[in-house]
Every structure is written in structure tokens, then in C-alpha cells.
Ligand binder design. Structure first.
Ligand SMILES: [Zn+2]
Length: 232
């Protein structure tokens, strides 16, 4: 199952691959993963982004706007979005498990990406609940799972998979720029986002380039995985 997860979709074994991201809020997906998702869509993957909440704690003028902004970002990334209306700061693990199970049934993803699990003292409560619930389902269903970098407070995040997004960094910047309603937030500061992308490059001993970092939580391969790697 999913043996050629990292191989090009144009290879002979060419079922179109699907990545499903599950995040709490619109904008959570672009900050850590817009470049990677863009590379995947360019390589022929279907990219599906699921957002659990609708900004019900935002000002009424902003509520709903973030979904429009997400769809604009999706046009740049090459992603299709789905929105749910779970209550921000109040949804349960069980609700997210139900949403995740239904999405998996419908979308049949080859890979899931979600928040890194981080205790509430460092991260957003919604991110933690989402991460735990999605991990529960991905583990039970044996679906490859990656955690993306938290937007701030990297404590507890242990990246072990890095994606060179230098060729699509402008798309990432443009996707982030779609979230005008969030532009004043500290974690949306573009210079800091770019610095983090460069920081990951340095972590890899590279002088140049922009990277996104992930922690592979779950992966399962068979012989085709090594065949695909050998032909690179
Ligand atoms: Zn969030």
C-alpha cells in the first residue's frame, strides 16, 4: 500500500495520488505546507484541503471571508477545499474523528497532512485536538501521515522530512497573501515565514534555498518504494 508515495505519478504504476490536509482554521495549511502542496499538484497529485472551522470567533465582517481567501489560495496551490463549521476552541476529538473518517471514505487519500501534536501550553488548543484525532484515524486505517511545522513555538516538533520549495516560493508567498483578513497577525509576517524556510535549509547544511519541514508520523512501504527510489 502506498509504496510509491514519493515517486512521480507519471511512472508506469500511475493511479493518481491524493493528498488530504486536515487543519483547524483556514490559513493553517498555507503557512507550513503551501510550497509542498504546490509541488504535489504540479506533479499530478490531487490536493484536497479540509478546514474544520468557519471562523465563528472572528469579527462578523471576517467570518466567511477566510473561506473565500482559502479558495483563492487554492487556485494558486492547485487545491480543492472543503469547509466544516465546527465551533472554534470548542470542538471535540470525537467530532474531528467523525469528519476525518467520512473524508477518508470519500476521498481515499494516499497521504494525510495535519498539525503537529503540541501540548496546549505551547500551541493552539484546536491544533492539538485536530492532530490527536487525525492521528487516531490515520493509525487505525494505516494511512501515511505527516505533521507540518507549527506556525510559532516549534517546541516538540521534530522534523525528519524536508521539502525544497525554492522553485515555488513565489506561489507560497502569493497563497499566504490571499489571507488579507489575517495579514495583521504576528504569525502571518512574511519575512519571518521566509526566515523559517531558510532556517530549515541551514538545518540541512544548505546555503541556499527555501524548505518546508515535516515530521513523518507514519509510513509504510513495499518493494516498489525501493524500485522508485533506485530509478531517481
Ligand atoms: Zn490555526
Amino acid at each position: 500500500m502506498n509504496a510509491d508515495l514519493f515517486s512521480n505519478s507519471s511512472s508506469s504504476n500511475s493511479k493518481q495520488r491524493t493528498v488530504l490536509t486536515i487543519y483547524s482554521h483556514a490559513d493553517d495549511e498555507v503557512l507550513p505546507a503551501a510550497g509542498t502542496l504546490r509541488l504535489m499538484s504540479l506533479a499530478g497529485w490531487k490536493v484536497r484541503c479540509l478546514i474544520l472551522t468557519d471562523g465563528n470567533l472572528s469579527r462578523s465582517s471576517i467570518k466567511g471571508q477566510r473561506h473565500e481567501e482559502a479558495e483563492a489560495a487554492g487556485k494558486i496551490i492547485g487545491a480543492i477545499y472543503e469547509f466544516y463549521a465546527l465551533q472554534e476552541c470548542n470542538f471535540s476529538t470525537q467530532e474531528v474523528i467523525r469528519v476525518t473518517e467520512a473524508a477518508i471514505q470519500r476521498i481515499q487519500p494516499d497521504l494525510i497532512i495535519t498539525h503537529a501534536p503540541q501540548s496546549e501550553k505551547y500551541g493552539h488548543r484546536d491544533h492539538e485536538v485536530c492532530s490527536v484525532a487525525v492521528s487516531n484515524v490515520a493509525t487505525r486505517k494505516n494511512i501515511p501521515l505527516w505533521f507540518s511545522a507549527p506556525p510559532v513555538f516549534l517546541r516538540g516538533f521534530e522534523p525528519n522530512f524536508f521539502v525544497d520549495i525554492s522553485s515555488v516560493i513565489e506561489d507560497k508567498v502569493a497563497a499566504i497573501g490571499c489571507y488579507e483578513s489575517e495579514s495583521e497577525k504576528t504569525f502571518m509576517q512574511l519575512d519571518a515565514i521566509l526566515v523559517l524556510s531558510r532556517f530549515w535549509a541551514r538545518e540541512l547544511g544548505q546555503k541556499d534555498g527555501y524548505f518546508e519541514a515535516f515530521e513523518i508520523s507514519r509510513h509504510c512501504v513495499d518493494a516498489r518504494f525501493f524500485t522508485a527510489l533506485a530509478s531517481r
